[in-house]
Ligand binder design. Sequence first.
Ligand code: NAP
Length: 298
Amino acid sequence: MLTGLHIAVIGGDARQLEVIRKLIELDAKLSLIGFDQLDHGFTGASKEQLNEVDFTTVSAIILPVPGTNMEGQVDTIFSNEKIVLTEEIVKNTPEHCTIYSGITNPYLNQLVASTNRKLVQLFERDDVAIYNAIPTVEGTIMMVIQHTDITIHNSKVAVLGLGRVGMSVARTFSALGAKVRVGARKSEHIARIFEMGVTPFYLNELSSNVSDVDVCINTIPHQIVTSDVISKMPAHTLIIDLASKPGGTDFRYAEKRGIKALLAPGLPGIVAPKTAGQIVAKVLAQLLKEEMEGRKGN
Ligand code: NAP
């Protein structure tokens, strides 16, 4: 339980509601900032303005998945108010206060450095990334169905990258009956791809592995689907780029060649916001418990 632990939840989208639900269940004391237009009232949590919160008792600040923007502004879909997480606010918190965010940026890094607070990036964690791969794959399937006129079954699918997302994408498309090949650069990944029962190839041979693909799914956050690679694809190939912005595809060239290439960020929050929120909530609850027990132990 998190009884008595004062937590400030600042901004977010539908995913954050699952976090709030979980923390209430664990009996934390919640200050909700940026939720004034949320119809749903949470018993045991108070909606507050940023300047009303007593940050001197806040042990954890929970930001939405994107954290802040480069000016410290926190996005919220539940308020029109401009919310900015400033150095002054964070300095007011107790020294042990931890900031939790999905990802970080130079603003947040600088903020925690100058205030000497800890920042936890939830999306850096293997467990969160692996759980998140599940709704990401489901969203990818949705996009492929929407943007092709063939079945996934028996289609030729190239997956680029064998990380947490790439592995799940390859396995699921293969289970749906697609003829999957996966590109990687490490020999141990090539071995794993072989073990998975799909076809491996080295990424330095990417150009010669796309001449018959129906769908190319990129998970590598570097320019990999270059103009040279795209020029070898059949005109009907669909490129789905899952890698974080700006993706790994030469979108300008794809458009010029008339090949449909779609950057598809944030699929978990789009196709399964409840599950995506529960994934974050589960890990966050565990981390907060550990943190609280650690402090009690000391
Ligand atoms: P990951 O586990 O780090 O996997 C990344 C893969 O890219 C690894 O196989 C890595 O291979 C490869 N790679 C990285 N740099 C490379 C390079 N320069 N050349 C060749 N291969 C390279 O990451 P992940 O969790 O699978 O996530 C993949 C991407 O999807 C990230 O950008 C993530 O932000 C994004 N993502 C998007 C969604 C969405 O909804 N669209 C959802 C979740 C994640 P090595 O091991 O050889 O480095």
